[in-house]
Design a protein. Structure first.
Length: 290
C-alpha cells in the first residue's frame, strides 16, 4: 500500500492539532491510528473491485483509505461536520463521503440513490458494511440495518469485545441475551479476531473485536409461523426477567398450552432458548390466540 495513503498515530495527531480538533466523547470518537490494523480489517472484509462498501464512522479515514485501496466502491458515512471536510481531502476522489447521523439516516434511500447515480442494476444490489462503530451506538446501528436495510447483506464491524461476545453467544451462556436472538433471526455471526486498545487514539478502556455477519437467505424463523415483530416482543419480555422462569417472565403473555405446543419447558429461563425455540413459542402463541 502506498505510504501516502496510510494514516498512523503521528499523522492523525497532526491532523487533529492542525485543525484545532480533539476527539469528542459525546460521539464516542476513538480514532484508529494503526494502518496495519486498518489493512487487516479490509482484508478480512474480503472486498475488492466490484464490491459496494458502506463504511459507518469513517472518522479521519484510516480504514476508509484501506478499503479504497482494495478497489471496492466505498460510501463513507461520518457524523462530525469538522471531520467530513478533512476526510474528503484525504480519500481518493472516487470515495463518496456523506455527512449523516447513522442513527437517523434513511439508509435504504441513501443506498438506492447511490446505486441509481452509478447506474447499478437494482436486481444485483448488495452492500457490505465495514465500520469501527462507536461503542455507545453500535448495537442500534447494526439492528437497524438488519431490520430495515436488506441491501446490506454482509457486515464486518469492530465493537467492544464484551459486546461482540453478546452478538455471537450460545444459548445458556452468560453473554447470551435478547440481542443475540434478534441478530440470529437475520444473520449468522462469528468473531474473526480481536483488536488491542493500543491502536486507538484516545486509548479506550477496553479491547475490541471484529464480528462478521452474513444475512440469511431466509430468516431463522419462518415469517408465516411468527413475524419478527411477534418474536421480538416475546424475546424482550422474556429477557426482561432473565433470572425468572419463563412461566413467570411471560405470565399473561404466553399460557401453558402455548408452552406445550412449542415443546418449551415453562420452567426454563430466557437464556436457555435458541432462536428456533423462540420462534416456535411465538408461533404457538399466535395460533392459540394468546
Amino acid at each position: 500500500m502506498n505510504e501516502s495513503r496510510r494514516l498512523g498515530r503521528a499523522a492523525v495527531l497532526e491532523l487533529l492539532e492542525g485543525h484545532g480538533l480533539s476527539p469528542k466523547k459525546s460521539l464516542g470518537q476513538n480514532f484508529l491510528v494503526d494502518p496495519n490494523t486498518a489493512e487487516r480489517i479490509a482484508r478480512l472484509a474480503r472486498v475488492g473491485p466490484g464490491d459496494h462498501v458502506l463504511e459507518i464512522g469513517a472518522g479521519l479515514g484510516s480504514l476508509t483509505l484501506a478499503l479504497a485501496q482494495t478497489g471496492a466502491d466505498v460510501l463513507a458515512i461520518e457524523i462530525d461536520h469538522h471531520l467530513v471536510e478533512i476526510l474528503r481531502s484525504l480519500v481518493p476522489p472516487e470515495v463518496r463521503v456523506l455527512e449523516a447521523d447513522a442513527l437517523t439516516c434513511e439508509f435504504t434511500n441513501v443506498l438506492a440513490e447511490d446505486d441509481a447515480a452509478h447506474a447499478r442494476d437494482v436486481s444485483e444490489r448488495s452492500w457490505v458494511l465495514v465500520g469501527n462503530l462507536p461503542y455507545n451506538v453500535a448495537t442500534p446501528i447494526v439492528m437497524t440495518l438488519l431490520e430495515r436495510v436488506p441491501q446490506v447483506t454482509e457486515m464486518l464491524v469492530m465493537v467492544q469485545r464484551d459486546m461482540a461476545e453478546r452478538y455471537v453467544a450460545d444459548p445458556s451462556t452468560k453473554s447470551y441475551g435478547a440481542v443475540t436472538v434478534r441478530m440470529a433471526y437475520f444473520a449468522k455471526t462469528r468473531v474473526l479476531g480481536h483488536v488491542s486498545r493500543e491502536v486507538f487514539f484516545p486509548r479506550p478502556n477496553v479491547d475490541s473485536a471484529l464480528v462478521a455477519m452474513k444475512r440469511r437467505d431466509r430468516p431463522a424463523v419462518d415469517p408465516t409461523t411468527a413475524s419478527y415483530e411477534e418474536l421480538n416482543a416475546l424475546v424482550r419480555a422474556g429477557f426482561s426477567g432473565r433470572r425468572k422462569m419463563l412461566r413467570r417472565s411471560l405470565a399473561g403473555i404466553v399460557d401453558e398450552q402455548a408452552f406445550s405446543c412449542a415443546g418449551v419447558d415453562p420452567t426454563a429461563r430466557a437464556e436457555n432458548l435458541d432462536v428456533s425455540s423462540w420462534g416456535k413459542l411465538a408461533g404457538c402463541r399466535r395460533s392459540i390466540g394468546n
